[in-house]
Design a protein around this ligand. Structure first.
Ligand code: GLU
Length: 291
């Protein structure tokens, strides 16, 4: 084993669709090619978006695809105390403020700073936001290249603890990536614009910065990202080897067509032996049905 540690971190809001298989396979190949560890973390801290049975269905699909993970699965719902501790640290260091704005009265982003100086205290329907410095955060993505975001004007002070008393994704993800010693994050490029927020939190919490590689997204015919919310077809009904071969093709690896008739372990062994990160395209693309 090398020091590399990757991870796949699905939210159990529905079964795996082709786009999430691409992310799982890409991070698995990158980790295994580096003789590293590959973890699965279930990001189950958003009860309103969770679907009963989705976590188990996701794990069954990963198993059917032969994407074996190392160690036990981390369920974020068991980690609330760690997120509270990180929140407490940020509060003690003066990086946060309480906010009673609702999405209705402030719209999406950037946050206009309404509650920043009001000195509100904790209470029902009160979120906690982090004060975002007026600074451009730059990251060197291993596939997408240099990505810069002026965080204050693009996003503004963002929520780290939700008004429904749940940790926000950005806080939980940085706490766990550090706690699990994740060194390399390979995920879909829909999260590229979230990464500067995560880099800021890593810095404020004194956590290491992992390497990032954001994969192209699989889009539907309307050009929208395949997502569990848009009810992209689950891959469960498709033979796993065919799904893997299609995902390899999407990742630019040019697998031979007849590979779809091989076993899952043969497909993965060949994929690993021929894994060429330089062939992975940057741009997101429309995908049709898997044949
Ligand atoms: N749980 C997030 C999702 O399913 C991904 C988190 C991540 O890879 O950082 O979109």
């Amino acid at each position: 084993m090398s020091g590399y540690c990757g991870r796949f971190a699905p939210s159990p809001s529905g079964p795996l669709h082709f786009g999430s298989v691409v992310a799982a396979l890409g991070s698995w190949l990158a980790a295994r090619a580096a003789a590293g560890r590959w973890l699965v973390r279930m990001e189950d801290i958003d009860p309103p978006r969770e679907k009963p049975g989705a976590a188990a269905a996701i794990l069954r699909t990963l198993e059917a695809l032969g994407l074996a993970w190392d160690g036990p699965i981390l369920y974020q719902s068991t980690r609330i105390e760690a997120y509270r501790a990180a929140l407490a640290r940020l509060r003690t260091d003066g990086h946060t403020f309480h906010c009673r704005c609702s999405r209705k009265n402030i719209g999406e982003s950037p946050y206009p700073g309404t509650c920043r100086t009001l000195g509100l205290t904790a209470g029902p329907r009160t979120a906690v936001r982090v004060r975002v410095p007026d600074e451009t955060i730059v990251l060197e993505d291993a596939l997408q290249g240099r990505y810069a975001q002026a965080l204050a004007s693009a996003v503004g002070d963002f929520v780290i603890w939700r008004a429904d008393d749940q940790p926000a994704y950005h806080l939980a993800v940085v706490v766990d990536d550090a706690w699990q010693d994740v060194t390399d994050i390979v995920r879909g490029s829909d999260l590229l614009s979230s990464t500067p927020r995560q880099i800021l939190l890593q810095r404020l919490l004194g956590l290491p910065h992992p390497n990032y590689l954001h994969l192209p997204l699989a889009l539907d015919h309307d050009g929208a990202k395949l997502s569990k919310q848009t009810l992209a077809a689950p891959v469960d009904g498709i033979p796993p080897a065919a799904t893997l071969v299609a995902a390899l093709g999407f990742l630019g690896q040019e697998p031979p067509r007849e590979l779809a008739r091989a076993t899952v372990s043969e497909v993965l062994a060949r994929a690993l032996a021929h894994w060429t990160p330089a062939r992975v395209p940057r741009a997101s693309r429309i995908v049709g049905p898997i044949d």
